[in-house]
Ligand binder design. Sequence first.
Ligand code: PFF
Length: 407
Amino acid sequence: MKRDSFGSRFGALVALAGSAVGLGNLWRFPYLVGENGGAAFIIVYIILSFLICLPIFICEFVVGRRAQENAYSAFRDLSGGSWWKYVGLMTVIVPLIVTSYYSVIGGWSVQYLFKALNFAFTSGETQSQMSTMFTDYVSSPWLPLFGHTIFLAVTVLVVGAGIKGGIEKFSKVMMPVLFVIVIGIAIYSMALPGAARGLEYLFNPDFSKITAKSCAAALGQAFFSLSIGFGTIMTYASYVSKKENVLFQSMATAVSDLSFALIAGIAIMPAVFAFGLNPQSGPGLVFETLPYVFSQMPVGGVVAILFFVALLVAAITSSISMVEVGVAYLVEEKKIARTWACLIVFAMCWVVGAFCSMSFGPLSEFKICGRTIFDFFDNMSSNILMTLGSLFTVLFVGWSLKKTDIY
Ligand code: PFF
Protein backbone atom coordinates (compact mmCIF):
# COMPACT_ATOMS: atom_id res chain seq x y z
CA MET A 1 0.00 0.00 0.00
CA LYS A 2 1.26 3.47 -0.88
CA ARG A 3 2.36 5.45 2.15
CA ASP A 4 0.27 8.54 2.93
CA SER A 5 2.04 11.89 2.46
CA PHE A 6 1.46 15.64 2.41
CA GLY A 7 -0.28 16.72 -0.77
CA SER A 8 1.53 20.01 -1.31
CA ARG A 9 4.46 22.12 -0.18
CA PHE A 10 2.08 24.54 1.54
CA GLY A 11 0.35 21.62 3.28
CA ALA A 12 3.66 20.38 4.66
CA LEU A 13 4.62 23.86 5.73
CA VAL A 14 1.44 24.59 7.66
CA ALA A 15 1.63 21.19 9.35
CA LEU A 16 5.24 21.82 10.41
CA ALA A 17 4.38 25.32 11.57
CA GLY A 18 1.38 23.82 13.36
CA SER A 19 3.69 21.54 15.29
CA ALA A 20 6.06 24.35 16.20
CA VAL A 21 3.45 26.97 17.05
CA GLY A 22 1.69 25.85 20.20
CA LEU A 23 1.27 26.38 23.92
CA GLY A 24 4.99 27.08 23.90
CA ASN A 25 4.35 30.29 21.95
CA LEU A 26 1.12 31.54 23.44
CA TRP A 27 1.42 30.33 27.01
CA ARG A 28 5.07 29.67 27.83
CA PHE A 29 6.95 32.27 25.79
CA PRO A 30 5.08 35.32 27.15
CA TYR A 31 5.49 34.28 30.78
CA LEU A 32 9.17 33.42 30.29
CA VAL A 33 9.67 36.85 28.73
CA GLY A 34 7.92 38.30 31.78
CA GLU A 35 10.01 36.33 34.24
CA ASN A 36 13.31 36.94 32.49
CA GLY A 37 13.29 40.64 31.92
CA GLY A 38 11.65 41.26 28.52
CA ALA A 39 13.52 42.40 25.40
CA ALA A 40 16.98 41.12 26.35
CA PHE A 41 15.54 37.62 26.80
CA ILE A 42 13.89 37.84 23.37
CA ILE A 43 17.18 38.75 21.70
CA VAL A 44 18.98 35.81 23.32
CA TYR A 45 16.07 33.58 22.32
CA ILE A 46 16.25 34.66 18.66
CA ILE A 47 20.03 34.16 18.48
CA LEU A 48 19.89 30.70 20.07
CA SER A 49 16.96 29.64 17.88
CA PHE A 50 18.90 30.29 14.70
CA LEU A 51 22.35 29.34 15.91
CA ILE A 52 21.58 26.10 17.72
CA CYS A 53 18.01 24.98 17.15
CA LEU A 54 17.62 25.57 13.43
CA PRO A 55 20.61 23.31 12.56
CA ILE A 56 19.15 20.56 14.76
CA PHE A 57 15.80 21.02 13.05
CA ILE A 58 17.52 20.64 9.67
CA CYS A 59 19.20 17.41 10.84
CA GLU A 60 15.88 15.92 11.91
CA PHE A 61 14.32 16.98 8.64
CA VAL A 62 17.11 15.41 6.61
CA VAL A 63 16.76 12.05 8.38
CA GLY A 64 12.97 11.95 8.02
CA ARG A 65 12.90 13.03 4.38
CA ARG A 66 15.54 10.47 3.47
CA ALA A 67 14.02 7.58 5.43
CA GLN A 68 10.35 8.06 4.45
CA GLU A 69 9.35 6.00 7.50
CA ASN A 70 8.63 6.44 11.21
CA ALA A 71 11.33 7.72 13.58
CA TYR A 72 12.23 4.32 15.02
CA SER A 73 12.63 2.64 11.62
CA ALA A 74 14.45 5.70 10.29
CA PHE A 75 17.26 5.38 12.84
CA ARG A 76 17.37 1.61 12.47
CA ASP A 77 17.38 1.44 8.68
CA LEU A 78 19.65 4.38 7.91
CA SER A 79 22.23 3.11 10.41
CA GLY A 80 22.15 -0.43 9.05
CA GLY A 81 20.36 -1.88 12.09
CA SER A 82 22.73 -0.95 14.90
CA TRP A 83 21.95 0.35 18.42
CA TRP A 84 20.80 3.65 16.94
CA LYS A 85 17.36 2.08 16.81
CA TYR A 86 17.11 2.58 20.58
CA VAL A 87 17.56 6.29 20.04
CA GLY A 88 14.71 5.97 17.54
CA LEU A 89 12.61 4.21 20.18
CA MET A 90 13.29 7.01 22.64
CA THR A 91 12.13 9.60 20.13
CA VAL A 92 8.90 7.63 19.74
CA ILE A 93 8.21 7.33 23.47
CA VAL A 94 9.08 10.89 24.55
CA PRO A 95 6.41 12.70 22.48
CA LEU A 96 3.81 10.37 23.96
CA ILE A 97 4.83 11.44 27.45
CA VAL A 98 4.78 15.08 26.41
CA THR A 99 1.35 14.65 24.78
CA SER A 100 0.02 13.31 28.07
CA TYR A 101 0.78 16.41 30.07
CA TYR A 102 0.45 18.83 27.15
CA SER A 103 -3.10 17.60 26.83
CA VAL A 104 -3.77 18.61 30.44
CA ILE A 105 -2.99 22.23 29.60
CA GLY A 106 -4.84 21.81 26.30
CA GLY A 107 -7.76 20.71 28.48
CA TRP A 108 -7.52 23.88 30.57
CA SER A 109 -7.81 25.84 27.31
CA VAL A 110 -10.94 23.87 26.40
CA GLN A 111 -12.48 24.72 29.75
CA TYR A 112 -11.43 28.36 29.59
CA LEU A 113 -12.94 28.61 26.13
CA PHE A 114 -16.22 27.34 27.59
CA LYS A 115 -15.91 29.90 30.36
CA ALA A 116 -15.25 32.64 27.80
CA LEU A 117 -18.26 31.53 25.75
CA ASN A 118 -20.34 31.93 28.91
CA PHE A 119 -18.86 35.42 29.30
CA ALA A 120 -17.32 34.40 32.62
CA PHE A 121 -14.66 37.08 32.26
CA THR A 122 -16.95 40.06 31.98
CA SER A 123 -18.51 40.11 35.41
CA GLY A 124 -16.02 42.45 37.09
CA GLU A 125 -14.22 39.94 39.33
CA THR A 126 -11.07 41.13 41.06
CA GLN A 127 -7.69 39.79 40.07
CA SER A 128 -7.50 37.59 43.13
CA GLN A 129 -10.94 36.15 42.36
CA MET A 130 -9.65 35.21 38.90
CA SER A 131 -6.67 33.49 40.49
CA THR A 132 -8.93 31.62 42.89
CA MET A 133 -11.14 30.58 39.98
CA PHE A 134 -8.08 29.07 38.30
CA THR A 135 -6.68 27.35 41.39
CA ASP A 136 -10.09 25.93 42.30
CA TYR A 137 -10.50 24.65 38.78
CA VAL A 138 -7.10 22.95 38.35
CA SER A 139 -7.20 21.42 41.81
CA SER A 140 -10.68 19.95 41.45
CA PRO A 141 -10.45 16.21 40.84
CA TRP A 142 -12.79 15.69 37.86
CA LEU A 143 -13.34 18.88 35.92
CA PRO A 144 -9.84 19.12 34.38
CA LEU A 145 -10.13 15.48 33.30
CA PHE A 146 -13.10 16.45 31.19
CA GLY A 147 -11.06 19.05 29.28
CA HIS A 148 -8.14 16.64 28.97
CA THR A 149 -10.43 13.99 27.47
CA ILE A 150 -12.00 16.34 24.91
CA PHE A 151 -8.64 17.75 23.89
CA LEU A 152 -7.05 14.35 23.41
CA ALA A 153 -10.10 12.98 21.60
CA VAL A 154 -10.08 15.80 19.03
CA THR A 155 -6.33 15.36 18.54
CA VAL A 156 -6.67 11.66 17.89
CA LEU A 157 -9.66 12.13 15.59
CA VAL A 158 -7.64 14.40 13.31
CA VAL A 159 -4.66 12.02 13.33
CA GLY A 160 -6.98 9.09 12.62
CA ALA A 161 -8.11 10.79 9.41
CA GLY A 162 -4.59 10.44 7.99
CA ILE A 163 -1.83 12.74 6.80
CA LYS A 164 -3.41 14.36 3.77
CA GLY A 165 -7.05 13.98 4.80
CA GLY A 166 -6.59 14.76 8.50
CA ILE A 167 -3.44 16.57 9.59
CA GLU A 168 -2.86 18.57 6.40
CA LYS A 169 -6.50 19.53 5.93
CA PHE A 170 -6.89 20.60 9.56
CA SER A 171 -3.67 22.61 9.55
CA LYS A 172 -4.47 24.31 6.22
CA VAL A 173 -7.70 25.71 7.63
CA MET A 174 -6.69 26.29 11.23
CA MET A 175 -3.21 27.79 10.95
CA PRO A 176 -4.26 30.82 8.88
CA VAL A 177 -7.23 31.33 11.26
CA LEU A 178 -4.83 31.18 14.21
CA PHE A 179 -2.48 33.78 12.73
CA VAL A 180 -5.35 36.12 11.82
CA ILE A 181 -6.84 35.92 15.34
CA VAL A 182 -3.57 36.57 17.12
CA ILE A 183 -2.58 39.41 14.77
CA GLY A 184 -6.04 40.93 15.37
CA ILE A 185 -5.64 40.73 19.15
CA ALA A 186 -2.12 42.18 18.88
CA ILE A 187 -3.42 45.21 16.94
CA TYR A 188 -6.20 45.70 19.47
CA SER A 189 -3.83 45.34 22.39
CA MET A 190 -1.43 47.93 20.95
CA ALA A 191 -4.28 50.40 20.60
CA LEU A 192 -5.15 50.29 24.31
CA PRO A 193 -4.20 53.40 26.29
CA GLY A 194 -0.98 52.70 28.18
CA ALA A 195 0.07 49.91 25.80
CA ALA A 196 3.33 51.66 24.94
CA ARG A 197 4.96 50.52 28.17
CA GLY A 198 4.28 46.91 27.22
CA LEU A 199 5.90 47.43 23.83
CA GLU A 200 8.88 49.04 25.45
CA TYR A 201 9.19 46.06 27.77
CA LEU A 202 9.20 43.76 24.74
CA PHE A 203 11.52 45.73 22.49
CA ASN A 204 13.80 47.92 24.58
CA PRO A 205 16.50 45.60 25.90
CA ASP A 206 18.19 45.94 29.25
CA PHE A 207 21.23 43.71 28.82
CA SER A 208 21.97 43.65 32.54
CA LYS A 209 18.98 41.29 32.77
CA ILE A 210 20.85 38.56 30.89
CA THR A 211 22.01 35.85 33.27
CA ALA A 212 23.09 32.23 32.85
CA LYS A 213 19.66 31.21 34.08
CA SER A 214 17.79 33.34 31.56
CA CYS A 215 20.01 32.01 28.74
CA ALA A 216 19.24 28.44 29.78
CA ALA A 217 15.53 29.27 29.88
CA ALA A 218 15.76 30.83 26.39
CA LEU A 219 17.53 27.78 25.00
CA GLY A 220 15.07 25.33 26.56
CA GLN A 221 12.20 27.38 25.17
CA ALA A 222 13.78 27.48 21.70
CA PHE A 223 14.10 23.67 21.67
CA PHE A 224 10.56 23.15 22.86
CA SER A 225 9.08 25.71 20.53
CA LEU A 226 10.71 24.27 17.43
CA SER A 227 9.56 20.76 18.47
CA ILE A 228 13.05 19.34 18.11
CA GLY A 229 14.42 16.22 19.82
CA PHE A 230 11.05 14.46 19.85
CA GLY A 231 10.92 12.61 16.53
CA THR A 232 8.10 14.91 15.46
CA ILE A 233 9.91 16.85 12.76
CA MET A 234 11.49 13.61 11.55
CA THR A 235 8.08 11.97 11.26
CA TYR A 236 6.51 14.93 9.43
CA ALA A 237 9.54 15.21 7.14
CA SER A 238 9.04 11.57 6.20
CA TYR A 239 5.77 12.63 4.58
CA VAL A 240 7.37 15.21 2.29
CA SER A 241 8.81 14.37 -1.07
CA LYS A 242 12.51 13.60 -1.31
CA LYS A 243 12.77 16.46 -3.76
CA GLU A 244 11.54 18.98 -1.17
CA ASN A 245 14.01 21.69 -0.23
CA VAL A 246 15.17 21.10 3.35
CA LEU A 247 16.47 24.60 3.90
CA PHE A 248 13.34 26.28 2.65
CA GLN A 249 10.99 24.20 4.81
CA SER A 250 13.19 24.53 7.90
CA MET A 251 13.69 28.27 7.59
CA ALA A 252 10.03 28.85 6.87
CA THR A 253 9.02 26.87 9.97
CA ALA A 254 11.52 28.62 12.20
CA VAL A 255 10.49 32.06 10.93
CA SER A 256 6.76 31.31 11.38
CA ASP A 257 7.41 29.98 14.87
CA LEU A 258 9.46 32.97 15.88
CA SER A 259 7.13 35.55 14.38
CA PHE A 260 4.19 33.88 16.03
CA ALA A 261 5.91 34.02 19.42
CA LEU A 262 6.60 37.73 18.93
CA ILE A 263 3.04 38.44 17.83
CA ALA A 264 1.80 36.52 20.88
CA GLY A 265 4.03 38.71 23.04
CA ILE A 266 2.59 41.83 21.38
CA ALA A 267 -0.94 40.50 21.90
CA ILE A 268 -0.38 39.92 25.60
CA MET A 269 2.19 42.32 27.10
CA PRO A 270 0.77 45.71 26.08
CA ALA A 271 -2.64 44.65 27.43
CA VAL A 272 -1.09 43.46 30.70
CA PHE A 273 0.77 46.77 31.10
CA ALA A 274 -2.23 48.83 30.02
CA PHE A 275 -4.08 47.59 33.10
CA GLY A 276 -1.12 48.08 35.40
CA LEU A 277 -0.52 44.38 35.99
CA ASN A 278 2.65 42.48 36.66
CA PRO A 279 4.05 40.52 33.68
CA GLN A 280 6.03 38.28 36.03
CA SER A 281 3.16 36.11 37.14
CA GLY A 282 4.70 32.93 35.68
CA PRO A 283 2.60 30.07 34.32
CA GLY A 284 -0.56 31.75 35.61
CA LEU A 285 -0.13 34.64 33.15
CA VAL A 286 -2.55 33.27 30.58
CA PHE A 287 -5.08 31.65 32.91
CA GLU A 288 -5.10 34.13 35.82
CA THR A 289 -3.80 37.51 34.70
CA LEU A 290 -5.26 37.58 31.19
CA PRO A 291 -8.85 36.71 32.18
CA TYR A 292 -8.69 39.69 34.51
CA VAL A 293 -7.35 41.85 31.67
CA PHE A 294 -10.23 40.65 29.46
CA SER A 295 -12.72 41.53 32.16
CA GLN A 296 -11.41 45.10 32.23
CA MET A 297 -11.02 45.90 28.52
CA PRO A 298 -13.74 47.11 26.16
CA VAL A 299 -15.31 44.13 24.27
CA GLY A 300 -13.12 41.92 26.45
CA GLY A 301 -15.69 39.12 26.31
CA VAL A 302 -15.16 38.72 22.57
CA VAL A 303 -11.39 39.09 22.82
CA ALA A 304 -11.39 36.34 25.46
CA ILE A 305 -13.29 33.96 23.19
CA LEU A 306 -10.90 34.65 20.30
CA PHE A 307 -7.86 34.26 22.52
CA PHE A 308 -8.89 30.89 23.91
CA VAL A 309 -9.89 29.65 20.45
CA ALA A 310 -6.37 30.57 19.34
CA LEU A 311 -4.77 28.87 22.34
CA LEU A 312 -6.75 25.73 21.70
CA VAL A 313 -6.00 25.58 17.98
CA ALA A 314 -2.31 26.19 18.59
CA ALA A 315 -2.23 23.42 21.19
CA ILE A 316 -4.13 20.90 19.07
CA THR A 317 -1.96 21.26 15.96
CA SER A 318 1.08 20.63 18.18
CA SER A 319 -0.31 17.63 19.99
CA ILE A 320 -1.42 16.19 16.64
CA SER A 321 2.22 16.19 15.55
CA MET A 322 3.31 14.37 18.71
CA VAL A 323 0.58 11.74 18.50
CA GLU A 324 1.49 11.07 14.86
CA VAL A 325 4.98 9.95 15.93
CA GLY A 326 3.53 7.08 18.01
CA VAL A 327 0.80 6.24 15.54
CA ALA A 328 3.25 6.05 12.62
CA TYR A 329 5.41 3.68 14.67
CA LEU A 330 2.51 1.39 15.59
CA VAL A 331 1.16 1.32 12.03
CA GLU A 332 4.48 0.69 10.28
CA GLU A 333 6.37 -1.39 12.82
CA LYS A 334 3.61 -3.26 14.61
CA LYS A 335 1.27 -3.45 11.60
CA ILE A 336 -1.66 -2.14 13.59
CA ALA A 337 -4.52 -0.45 11.72
CA ARG A 338 -4.42 3.34 11.98
CA THR A 339 -7.70 3.55 13.89
CA TRP A 340 -6.51 1.03 16.48
CA ALA A 341 -3.14 2.72 16.74
CA CYS A 342 -4.93 6.00 17.48
CA LEU A 343 -7.04 4.34 20.16
CA ILE A 344 -3.97 2.79 21.81
CA VAL A 345 -2.15 6.12 21.86
CA PHE A 346 -5.29 7.81 23.18
CA ALA A 347 -5.60 5.29 26.03
CA MET A 348 -1.92 5.55 27.01
CA CYS A 349 -1.80 9.34 26.94
CA TRP A 350 -5.15 9.62 28.69
CA VAL A 351 -4.01 7.52 31.66
CA VAL A 352 -0.63 9.25 32.09
CA GLY A 353 -2.29 12.65 31.52
CA ALA A 354 -4.95 11.87 34.14
CA PHE A 355 -2.21 11.38 36.75
CA CYS A 356 -0.52 14.60 35.62
CA SER A 357 -3.83 16.44 35.86
CA MET A 358 -4.54 15.11 39.34
CA SER A 359 -1.10 16.20 40.48
CA PHE A 360 -2.59 19.73 40.69
CA GLY A 361 -5.29 18.46 43.04
CA PRO A 362 -5.81 15.14 44.85
CA LEU A 363 -2.29 13.89 44.05
CA SER A 364 -0.47 17.14 44.77
CA GLU A 365 1.37 15.62 47.72
CA PHE A 366 2.63 12.67 45.69
CA LYS A 367 6.21 13.43 44.61
CA ILE A 368 8.68 11.71 42.30
CA CYS A 369 12.26 12.88 42.90
CA GLY A 370 10.83 15.83 44.83
CA ARG A 371 8.53 16.95 42.02
CA THR A 372 4.80 16.59 41.38
CA ILE A 373 3.90 14.07 38.66
CA PHE A 374 3.28 16.87 36.15
CA ASP A 375 6.57 18.61 36.91
CA PHE A 376 8.47 15.34 36.88
CA PHE A 377 7.30 14.41 33.38
CA ASP A 378 7.70 17.97 32.13
CA ASN A 379 11.22 18.25 33.48
CA MET A 380 12.30 14.79 32.36
CA SER A 381 11.03 15.14 28.81
CA SER A 382 11.43 18.85 28.07
CA ASN A 383 14.78 19.27 29.79
CA ILE A 384 16.57 15.95 29.67
CA LEU A 385 15.16 13.61 27.02
CA MET A 386 14.54 16.38 24.48
CA THR A 387 18.15 17.51 24.75
CA LEU A 388 19.39 13.93 24.47
CA GLY A 389 17.15 13.30 21.46
CA SER A 390 18.53 16.38 19.74
CA LEU A 391 22.12 15.54 20.60
CA PHE A 392 21.81 12.00 19.26
CA THR A 393 20.11 13.21 16.09
CA VAL A 394 22.96 15.60 15.37
CA LEU A 395 25.55 12.91 16.12
CA PHE A 396 23.64 10.51 13.90
CA VAL A 397 23.67 12.88 10.95
CA GLY A 398 27.30 13.85 11.55
CA TRP A 399 28.76 10.42 12.12
CA SER A 400 26.47 7.68 10.98
CA LEU A 401 24.54 8.95 8.00
CA LYS A 402 26.16 8.55 4.61
CA LYS A 403 26.84 11.79 2.76
CA THR A 404 24.76 10.55 -0.14
CA ASP A 405 21.78 10.16 2.21
CA ILE A 406 21.89 13.79 3.13
CA TYR A 407 21.34 15.42 -0.27
N1 PFF B 1 6.38 23.25 19.77
C1 PFF B 1 5.22 23.05 20.58
C2 PFF B 1 4.90 24.33 21.34
O1 PFF B 1 5.60 25.31 21.18
O2 PFF B 1 3.92 24.32 22.08
C3 PFF B 1 5.38 21.92 21.55
C4 PFF B 1 5.89 20.66 20.96
C5 PFF B 1 5.25 20.07 19.86
C6 PFF B 1 6.98 20.06 21.50
C7 PFF B 1 5.74 18.91 19.30
C8 PFF B 1 7.46 18.90 20.98
C9 PFF B 1 6.84 18.34 19.89
F1 PFF B 1 7.30 17.22 19.40
